[in-house]
Design a binder for this molecule. Structure first.
Ligand code: ADP
Ligand code: MG
Length: 630
């Protein structure tokens, strides 16, 4: 028997779940991407705002430096180029300005007349830097390119200020070196994500200060084409000089003009989103796995329930219609299916039972019909034989009468020898026998008899006992009678005598045929309901089963030729039938045969209605021949 495979249902459930969960997964991924973009935007904003704040701070500081420088330039010692005093003044000021590298006072010829830091002999050599000549030429403050501090040897930018005398003539240049290394430290202290960089570039995009790896990149030009820092976009994403992709926030520093850039690596966005991603992924995968497991569990349960129904269906298909047992179900629909199934099986079984019963009924009816048909055929044959026999009997009777009459005349002839007389006697006996047969035949066929009268069956039985006693005694057969009924019947005495005589003679012959040398016969007369019944029972061998249906047929005999004619019982049948009685045969307790007939008990001198009842103790149901007077 094939067992339902749960795999297809499982596969379908998984496919359906996947189809449903796919958009969900896509939505999660899309949302994660969006979050990355949001983070990136945040980073851009952060970079821009930090750049702006830092630039503001730097601008303010430089403004402060300008004020300080103009105050210094007006100091008498400075204007007078008094070196020791100026240097002391500068040194005091330098202590309060950590971003300043040094302060130098230079005469227009480049000679140094004051320094905040002590100078070596070499450092005292006249300065030939372009900012000097620019200040002298313009009489305005000037910003130098990237240079190296005289006293410190560190990278620096010098802010050059003119020092005027009373006639507003430039008498000296005040140079303030901005400590780029210090500036870098300030940049580096800005709280930014790891990998971030703060860069200060000048108007030709040369790096002045850089919070990461300054030694490596200071002095390097970033852009191929120099552009005004004020025109730089406020935010941009690009690969930095070190090749790292960053979001840059730009802000211009007017004093330079310089450009302050704050770069935050793009990877920071991903790094920030990662925990969120991990959390979302964990939730999603847990939900997915959980959903799958629940669906598979559900599918398996469903498959099991359907499997049970399928097995039940196969059982029904193979002919077993017992309704399937009710099993546990996981949902209402399967429960309803199961109920419908059980009801269907029960209905099928009922229908089949009804069909079986109907078929059985039809079989019985068919058998009954066939047996009726056989009876009709037998009846028809009996009628035909009766007609034939009556014709033959009538034709034979006249010649036989003539033969017997002629024989009587012959007997009276005196000249006959004893031998001839004996021959004539033989012919007479045989002819008489033939006449007797013919009379019986015609009586059977025509079923005519003398006029009926009230007959006491005890008288009939007495006569038969007298008639047969001697003959039976000779054969060592005891004959008993048991008469309990005194009710008369309406019939012909001689005919009833003939019937009972036939029974007794048959019993006698049957006992003799058994060759036991003795036997017994019992004649009984008794009432059964509205009828009187006569039974003749013997202890002979009885009737063979296959002969029973033929007993009352004319010419049926089991006796040797010459001994039996097969007419006794059929004639008896005709007689009893003509009085509306029943005649039949059954086995008996002695192992022999019992022949019986029943006649309606007479009341007020008229024949009563027909009917029957069963006889006493018999081994087999009686063979009963019943008919109604027409
Ligand atoms: P016949 O006696 O001439 O044979 P019957 O019509 O009287 O014709 O009987 C028909 C047959 O019924 C007999 O040949 C016999 O086989 C059977 N039969 C009748 N009576 C008995 C009986 N008492 N015991 C056994 N068989 C019997
Ligand atoms: Mg007989």
């Amino acid at each position: 028997m094939r067992i339902l495979n749960t795999q297809p249902i499982r596969r379908q459930v998984i496919v359906a779940a996947t189809i449903l969960l796919l958009p969900l997964a896509m939505a999660v991924i899309w949302s994660a991407n969006l979050t990355v973009h949001e983070r990136e935007t945040e980073l851009r904003q952060q970079a821009t705002s930090i750049a702006a704040t830092s630039a503001d701070y730097l601008n303010q500081y430089l403004d402060g430096l300008d004020s300080l420088a103009s105050a210094l330039a007006r100091h008498p010692d400075v204007r007078a180029l008094h070196e020791p005093q100026a240097s002391r003044l500068f040194a005091d000021m330098l202590k309060e300005q950590p971003l300043l590298l040094n302060v130098l006072l230079t005469a227009p010829d480049g000679s140094v007349h004051g320094s905040a830091l002590p100078l070596t002999a070499k450092a005292r050599e006249p300065i030939r830097l372009p900012y000097l000549s620019q200040v002298l030429a313009t009489s305005r403050p000037v910003v130098s390119d990237l240079t190296v501090g005289r006293a410190t040897g560190k990278p620096a930018i010098v802010l050059g200020y003119p020092v005027f005398d009373d006639e507003h003539k430039v008498v000296a240049v005040l140079g303030m070196g901005v400590n780029l290394a210090r500036l870098q430290m300030v940049f580096a202290s800005i709280p930014l994500p790891p990998g971030s960089v703060v860069t200060l570039t000048d108007r030709v995009s040369r790096i002045l200060a850089r919070s990461l790896e300054p030694e490596r990149y200071i002095g390097t030009t970033i852009a191929k084409k120099p552009s005004d820092p004020k025109d730089a976009p406020s935010t941009i994403m690009s690969a930095g000089i070190d090749g790292v992709e960053r979001f840059y926030g730009n802000a211009a520093i007017d004093r330079g003009p310089w450009l302050l850039s704050v770069g935050i690596p793009q990877s920071v966005a991903v790094t920030r989103v990662r925990p969120l991603w991990q959390r979302n992924l964990t939730i999603l995968s847990t939900v997915l796995v959980g959903t799958f497991l629940i669906l598979i569990w559900f599918a398996d349960g469903l498959a099991r329930q359907l499997n049970r129904l399928q097995l039940a269906a196969q059982r029904i298909a193979s002919g077993d219609l017992t309704p399937p047992a009710r099993g546990p179900v996981s949902n209402r629909e399967v429960g309803q299916l199961q109920n419908a199934f059980i009801t269907m099986a029960a209905n099928l079984r009922d229908t089949r039972d009804a069909l079986d019963r109907q078929v059985e009924q039809e079989r019985k009816m068919r058998e009954m019909l066939q047996s009726l048909q056989r009876q009709v055929v037998r009846q028809e044959r009996l009628t035909a034989v009766g007609l034939l026999v009556s014709g033959v009997a009538h034709e034979l009777n006249n010649p036989l009468q003539a033969i017997l009459g002629t024989l009587e005349l012959l007997e009276r002839n005196p000249g006959l020898t004893p031998d001839a007389l004996e021959e004539i006697g033989f012919i007479k006996t045989q002819s008489g026998r033939a006449r007797e047969i013919i009379r019986n035949l015609s009586r059977f066929s025509s079923q005519q008899s003398g006029p009926p009268a009230l007959v006491d069956l005890r008288d009939v039985i007495d006569e038969i006992v007298q008639l047969r006693r001697r003959s039976l005694e000779t054969a060592a057969i005891t004959l008993d009678t048991d008469c309990t009924s005194a009710r008369p019947v309406y019939a012909n005495f001689t005919e009833l005598e003939q019937v009972i005589l036939n029974f007794v003679i048959n019993a006698h012959q049957s006992i003799e045929a058994s060759e036991r040398g003795k036997g017994r016969i019992l004649i009984r007369l008794f009432d059964t309901g509205k009828k009187v019944r006569v039974e003749v029972q013997d202890d002979g061998p009885g009737v063979d089963l296959q002969d029973e249906p033929k007993l009352f047929q004319p010419f049926f005999t089991t006796k040797p030729v010459g001994k039996g004619t097969g007419l006794g019982l059929s004639v008896s049948y005709g007689i009893i039938d003509s009085y509306g009685g029943a005649i039949g045969y059954s086995g008996n307790a002695w192992g022999g045969a019992t022949f019986f007939f029943e006649l309606p008990a007479a009341s007020a001198g008229t024949p009563s209605e027909t009917g029957s009842s069963d006889a006493g103790d018999h081994d087999r149901p009686p063979v009963l021949h019943r008919s109604t007077r027409p």
